[in-house]
Write a protein that binds this ligand. Sequence first.
Ligand SMILES: Nc1nc2c(c(=O)[nH]1)N[C@H]1C(S)=C(S)[C@@H](COP(=O)(O)OP(=O)(O)OC[C@H]3O[C@@H](n4cnc5c(=O)[nH]c(N)nc54)[C@H](O)[C@@H]3O)O[C@H]1N2
Ligand SMILES: Nc1nc2c(c(=O)[nH]1)N[C@H]1C(S)=C(S)[C@@H](COP(=O)(O)OP(=O)(O)OC[C@H]3O[C@@H](n4cnc5c(=O)[nH]c(N)nc54)[C@H](O)[C@@H]3O)O[C@H]1N2
Ligand code: SF4
Ligand SMILES: [Mo]
Length: 724
Amino acid sequence: MIYLTELMLKYFQRKQQEVQSEKVYDSQCPFCSMQCKMQLIEQRVVSRKAYKTIGKDNPTTAGRLCIKGMNAHQHALHNQRIKQPLLKIDGEFVPVSWNEALQFIQKRFAEIQKTDGKDALSVYGSASLTNEEAYLLGKFARVALETKHIDYNGRLCMAAAATAANQTFGIDRGFTNTIHEIPHTRCIILAGTNIAECQPTIMPYFEKAKKNGAYIIAIDPRPTDTTKMSDFHLQNKPGTDVAIASALLKIIIDEQLVDESFVESRVNGFEDVKNSLHRLDLKEVEAMSGVSISDMRHVATTFAQEESGMIFTARGVEQQTDGTAAVRSFLNILLATGKIGKVNSGYGAITGQGNGQGAREHGQKADQLPGYRSIENKQDRKYVADVWGVKEKSLPGKGVPAYEMFEKVKQGEITGMFIMCSNPVVSNPNAHFVGQALKKLRLLVVVDMFLSETAKLADLVLPSSSYLEDQGTMTNIEGRVTLREACRPLPGEVKHDWQIICEIAEQIGKGKYFPFKNSEEIFNELRLSSRGGKADYYGITYDKIRRESGVLWPSPELNDKGTERLFTDGFAHEDGKAKMSVEVIHSTVPKDEPCSDYPLILTTGRVMSQYLTGEQTRKSPALAARDFESFMEIHPETGKEYSLDEGMLVNIESRHGNITVRTKWSKQMRKDTIFVPFHWTESQNVNKLVSGKMDPDCSMPGFKVIAVRVSPAYTNDMSENYVR
Ligand SMILES: Nc1nc2c(c(=O)[nH]1)N[C@H]1C(S)=C(S)[C@@H](COP(=O)(O)OP(=O)(O)OC[C@H]3O[C@@H](n4cnc5c(=O)[nH]c(N)nc54)[C@H](O)[C@@H]3O)O[C@H]1N2
Ligand SMILES: Nc1nc2c(c(=O)[nH]1)N[C@H]1C(S)=C(S)[C@@H](COP(=O)(O)OP(=O)(O)OC[C@H]3O[C@@H](n4cnc5c(=O)[nH]c(N)nc54)[C@H](O)[C@@H]3O)O[C@H]1N2
Ligand code: SF4
Ligand SMILES: [Mo]
């Protein structure tokens, strides 16, 4: 007996010792713009490894994590990671060495550029890349490939907010204030943002604001966890934000709640806006938006009368064919009420992807050079060409926005594409067309961690590292430049995105412009390239980021502390004033309007457990278990009208395509609107329904307003087969 107990004791002691052998890896979440700091804990339990992730303190998220962050390692450590270059031979992927892959690229790039011209090669990047990689990809396109065609997935994400901020303020840093001012503001408008599901770790700032007495207004056609948190919900019809924001401004002016001295000293264009608002009929706005005049009056007067206030916009307002106008209409309100450039008052474009901010500043956009410089400005070109050691004249001009690259493929102007860190066949509008364009290419090279739907169409797939392996900086939601350290070795023959860029450059004879041995060396060149530009990172170094747990840009000097609040003294336009805009108020950009054939409005977006095209989160068992398939939210009465039942498979058709998903009743939904998330593929890929029409100012697709019709996916005699 005693002998047995001793044995058991020894066994348990040993087991405990084994459990206690653990490794801790410091990292940063690969998903949204909060860029939560985290620790991955690897425990050896008896003979297998177990993992868990915990939050780590930092100035933006204070150690909080959401479910996606907690489970991010599940995709990074997944056995479907690609670990070798894959070359398609006779329709099948065959593993090849890096040497073979690089030689293939060299040969095919040269063939294409020789026969079809330099600009026939195109580059498609991503805001999930680090600043170093996004910067290097822009340089790679212009210096190594000498093509004008580079753009990135941020075009589908934050282009409207960025353009609106540039036009209005003269600079685009998503948040004009630090996140720490949110709890102290008096009134908050959340327009088309579902922070509760999309940036969950920001919620405590808003909850604290509420505790401190702030009044929170949400503008969203759907009930969400964010609208539930708000004090007042304007449940507008999708696509009516320009009208609503302009109506709010009209009421503010009519009620004489304008901050006259602020407008007088700091704003251009107010009088014109005021005059043009005479033409806006509140009754018409009420009829088109479904929001009552009294509700609009309540919101307008509450916001204007409080001593401080903030407006936040996200994709609900921005992913529209008039997204730039919509954001500008909200910025007009901030300017008229003087709630910007002050403590506890300001604007926030809720950034989307992990590096949604930084990746739009350093030259990955069709018209842009590092530091938010313009590729069409001679001085800007000269400055960057000097840093790069090339002639100004050798830099190509401006290319076209992301989706238009696929149109150029169809027209035969682009015949080769290099895609890094994006899955456009799922994320772009008019997905069927994009798929056809990709198939038409003479050459498609995709750099990814997985064989995504886009990668499957490639001639060559190159395996890239994950957030656990790759070091680099990411600029978070506040504009804070953070450093994500690498914490695990590269698996198999995987390489970092920046390494892949450097090695291709070397192979094609441009190695001298890409001599980088690590991400810090790239960052140091980025600092120089951005110096003196609007997004000036010169004063930011890896050491400074480590010392200060991140630095808010602009930071022009090594000894500065970064910039917490923008516009306290002036705006970034030459005369120091902000610009209000008349054009936006009567914006006439067409929408995908419903009609008798397509009577319902579909709006698309996200759920908490899944991320973008789902390529990563669907690999995570914990996340996939929460939402394993797509769905359509619909009001039960509307559903019944179209012979649907809860849980039933439904066919959704638009003028561009059709998909099949499962019905989910939502009693708080508008009766004219349905919602489908975009994290699923193939027959559930909602982008098959979206048109390729764009916002004329920023080329943002209209992801949030799609005219559709719905019908049961099964005929009556089959309907008993569906699973409730
Ligand atoms: N869980 C999760 N989090 C994410 C992501 C993810 O995929 N999953 N993606 C990240 C990225 S890249 C981004 S860009 C952000 C996106 O973050 P959000 O913009 O917050 O997300 P969405 O769900 O696209 O849209 C926000 C809200 O807009 C509403 N909306 C739809 N149409 C309209 C309209 O016409 N007007 C108004 N006012 N509102 C409308 C929708 O009902 C939705 O609740 O989230 C980031 N965080
Ligand atoms: N209908 C509809 N469509 C939308 C939206 C919407 O609201 N509605 N939102 C739009 C928005 S806001 C966005 S941001 C886009 C996003 O669109 P995408 O960029 O297409 O989305 P992701 O799923 O992030 O694709 C990233 C791909 O890169 C891979 N990857 C991840 N990390 C790395 C890395 O470090 N290196 C490399 N090389 N690869 C990596 C992933 O495996 C994945 O295949 O979708 C847009 N599309
Ligand atoms: S998804 Fe966003 S909020 Fe969630 S842990 Fe990652 S960075 Fe933080
Ligand atoms: Mo995004």
